[in-house]
Design a protein around this ligand. Structure first.
Ligand SMILES: C[S@@+](CC[C@H](N)C(=O)[O-])C[C@H]1O[C@@H](n2cnc3c(N)ncnc32)[C@H](O)[C@@H]1O
Length: 257
């Protein structure tokens, strides 16, 4: 394991450091053992998974093999290519060389090719299927990133580890949006920008209604979708909410003071 990863990893519940022993990470305070499977640390005890998180983990594990191709086709038809789509929110990140950057819900890593080089990249996701696809993609792109399986509501990184923290495309259906935002803020350094992007009701009601697999799970909840601004503490600075990608996504950003 990359020593830089071990240095900032922690127990997702207690936030205490973990010790590497063979193919596992051990939390001494709780006695919990977290396996490392195919070089991906699994910091998500099965008993912690329930509700929408469990439903979406299963959905993404199932669609992981076709995720990249179907996205590419969709972004080409809708935005003239994936780069045009992703740049509309990635330009908000204010990344500079040497930064430690964390993507919450990294999926198959599709934002990474559009980020500058000479940064330390980290990603977490609840779906092991998506992470395995991410690892394959990283090899293909000749990029390095440390990826871990974990939930956005229990981030296994120590306080104030990252210069930039961002999330794209999952928070609308997280079990606990408030907790996920608290966690993003906890692991961000002071002064860091936090960017959260997800679909608006317009995207869910127009596109998901016609998409196999996701139709049943997402379309029924489309009416509930809006930027989770109420969960951002008042102490955060430079709060902005914008609609991007022709109103199909919202982009919520703020700075940790
Ligand atoms: C639409 S994909 C977005 C992937 C990537 N961010 C992108 O822009 O292509 C949503 C991702 O959120 C992940 N996810 C869903 N619920 C999660 C949770 N509670 N914690 C962490 N990841 C979660 C899914 O497994 C999936 O990979």
């Amino acid at each position: 394991m990359d020593p830089r990863l071990l240095q900032i990893l922690c127990d997702p519940k207690t936030h205490e450091p973990l010790e590497l022993k063979g193919d596992s990470l051990i939390s001494h305070s709780t006695g919990q053992t977290y396996p490392i499977i195919s070089s991906i640390p699994v910091l998500l005890p099965e008993e912690e998974l329930h509700g929408d998180n469990l439903e979406f983990q299963r959905l993404y594990d199932r669609i992981a093999p076709v995720y990249n191709l179907s996205n590419k086709i969709y972004f080409f038809l809708k935005f003239g290519g994936e780069k045009n789509y992703r740049n509309q929110f990635l330009k908000e990140l204010e990344i500079v060389p040497g930064d430690k950057v964390l993507e919450i819900s990294v999926g198959t890593g599709d934002n990474f090719p559009y980020l500058p080089r000479k940064i330390d990249l980290y990603g977490l996701d609840i779906s092991f299927g998506m992470l395995k696809a991410c690892r394959r993609n990283l090899k293909k792109w000749k990029r390095e990133a440390a990826i871990v399986q974990a939930a956005a509501e229990a981030v296994p990184f120590r306080d104030e580890s990252f210069d930039v923290v961002y999330h794209v495309g999952g928070i609308n259906f997280f079990n606990d949006k408030a907790r996920a935002i608290e966690e993003m803020i906890r692991v961000a350094k002071r002064g860091s920008k936090i960017v959260i992007v997800d679909e608006t009701e317009k995207l869910a009601s127009t596109t998901y209604n016609k998409t196999p697999f996701v139709r049943q799970q997402i379309a029924k909840k489309a009416a509930e979708l809006s930027a989770p601004v109420d969960y951002v503490p008042e102490t955060m600075q430079d709060l902005e909410i914008n609609e991007i990608c022709n109103g199909l996504l919202y982009c919520l950003s703020f700075r940790k003071p």
